[in-house]
Design a protein around this ligand. Sequence first.
Ligand SMILES: Cc1ncc(COP(=O)(O)O)c(C=O)c1O
Length: 209
Amino acid sequence: MPVTVRAASCGRQPPDRAGGGEAVTVPGFNTRAVHGDGWRDPLGAVSPPIYQTSTFWYATMAEGAALGADRGTGWYYTRWGNPTTRLLEDRMALLEGGQDALATASGMGAITVAMLAALAPGAHAVVPRGVYQATFQFARDVLPLQGIEVTFIDAVDPAAYEAALRPTTRLLYVETPNNPLLQITDVAAVAPTMDSTMKRMQKVCGTSP
Ligand SMILES: Cc1ncc(COP(=O)(O)O)c(C=O)c1O
């Protein structure tokens, strides 16, 4: 069902989170989930084709070299990018109102990438004690090897995030409901702490950690 929203001033915003700007009518969540923002397969396939190739054909060595160096448009090697995966990433970004998305082959792959992308040596992370066991072990045993400090907090207490903040805090990790305890973190209650941390990070952007 179409819904009317206030168009956001920047970034892609799902209707339920959009604010400010002009009122526009956009397709509902289910329509966006199925049709994205107007994607059409060039050959007319209704369901997105699954490209099961690891490597793509290119016309010249120069084109291959450019694609291999992440320049130019086209597909080179599925580890670098794949049309099926890209479509999934685009669709998730659209539905979540994110600027972009990255699909990984497993949950721990996603968590590891997100943590390592956000944290550099000298940085600090806040992680609830009650998270998925492999996530806990990664935060407790692997992050410190990279010179990253972690404070473990009680997941169900949103105030614990604020209390654990340091000038070097770069990651506030939320898992809700968590596995296997099914504890709930009140995301709306943690959001202001997340926002202020994001703003502080943007100010120090480019400095380390
Ligand atoms: C909350 C949570 N995080 C991470 C994982 C790990 O996902 P994967 O097994 O795909 O690496 C799971 C798996 O059940 C999970 O429930």
